[in-house]
Design a protein around this ligand. Structure first.
Ligand code: MG
Length: 365
């Protein structure tokens, strides 16, 4: 089997709930890129790239669209879609970085390989060791009372884990966690994500003040490059510390481990360049005995299907994962994945197992 064509198109999804905000910026629109890879055997795969908000990733949709259509795609025409190591090496030699664009190609290849063999994507990389994964829902940063109300309605739909975006002032951040804890009760797992908003000392002070409200995990309290600062926070506070912006690759995971900077690493398919590379980061975590979970970029069921296929394959996974953000998108062109009572299961169909409306996204025929 040979790849004959790689096509990418821009597609925008927007939040059904407006006012989504994190400490570094605000966005209600998510610019995605759908990628279709065709072969000489009439089997094709569809993936999605999530360039992410520019204030997080520094990437843009227009740049990644041009990279996939004019550089990365043509470079793999003629290749065997099953030769993932060779394809990944070729794309890395051609373009440094741009992992979010490469992840779109990686997902389309996994969809394609699964369809060619008639198996769900997770069977391509070791199969499922978990039948289901508990889902963490993300709460954008709002006024404390509004956040508490929004959190309560999510928990009433069966979710048992929440991640609260924080990172304004000490008083507001502590009040956010307090109000949410009071609204959702003692059983819900609460993670807070600073998105790098604090200095190490500010972070320590805020996290210690939140102690009565039982925060399980603190995500990326300090700047991505400040591994010593993160290690300081980790030593000073009770919740486990998770690295997100600090880890985009296996090499960065190793730096985190060497510096004792985190207890948990957030594996993300977009920032790490796809499932194939994210699993290599997972292997580094397993070797070091450090925990991981699957994090996400908001977007489509297609990405979250890939997220759940990855999550069920991770032998050391015990923590809830970020697999339900498609629920807050108003115009996802995909179907075939739903969260039931806060639990996600991989779609049983071949490939990623999600139906993409190809006419709607502009990739029909
Ligand atoms: Mg994060």
């Amino acid at each position: 089997m040979k790849i004959t064509q790689v096509r990418a198109v821009a597609y925008k999804v927007h939040n059904a709930m407006t006012g989504w905000k994190i400490s570094t910026g605000s966005s209600d629109l998510h610019e995605l890129i759908f990628v279709r890879i065709d072969t000489d055997e009439r089997i094709f795969g569809v993936g999605v790239a999530s360039p992410g908000a520019t204030f997080i990733s520094g990437d843009t949709q227009i740049h990644h669209l041009e990279l996939i259509n004019n550089r990365l795609g043509p470079a793999i025409a003629g290749a065997d879609p099953f030769s993932l190591e060779a394809i990944t090496h070729k794309l890395d030699s051609l373009v440094r970085g741009a992992e979010r664009a490469k992840a779109g190609i990686d997902l389309a290849l996994h969809d394609l390989m699964g369809k060619a063999l008639g198996v769900p994507a997770n069977r391509l990389f070791g199969g499922a060791v978990h039948s289901a994964v508990r889902v963490t829902r993300l709460m954008g940063m709002y006024e404390p009372q509004e956040m508490a109300e929004k959190s309560k309605s999510v928990v009433q739909r069966g979710y048992t884990a929440l991640k609260l975006k924080v990172g304004t002032t000490l008083k507001e951040d502590v009040e956010r966690v307090q109000r949410v804890r009071e609204a959702v009760g003692p059983e819900v797992t609460i993670t807070i994500d600073f998105n790098m908003a604090c200095s190490p000392k500010e972070a320590i002070q805020r996290i210690q003040k939140m102690e009565p409200y039982d925060v399980a995990i603190v995500e990326q309290p300090v700047k991505a490059a400040d591994l010593r600062g993160m290690a300081l926070v980790r030593q000073a506070v009770r919740p486990r510390v998770m690295a997100d912006e600090s880890v985009n690759s296996s090499a960065e995971a190793l730096r985190i481990i060497e510096n004792g900077a985190a207890d948990i690493i957030s594996l993300k398919i977009p920032k790490m360049g796809g499932i194939f590379k994210a699993r290599k980061v997972a292997a580094v975590c397993e070797a070091a005995g450090i925990e991981y979970l699957v994090g996400t970029a908001p977007g489509s069921r297609l990405l979250d299907a890939a997220n759940v296929h990855l999550a069920v394959s991770l032998r050391n996974l015990t923590l809830p994962c970020e697999i339900g953000e498609f629920e807050r998108m108003a115009n996802d062109p995909c179907r075939g994945l739903e969260i039931v009572e806060g639990i996600s299961r991989p779609p049983p169909g071949p490939g990623l197992g999600v139906d993409v409306d190809l006419v709607k996204v502009g990739l029909a025929g």
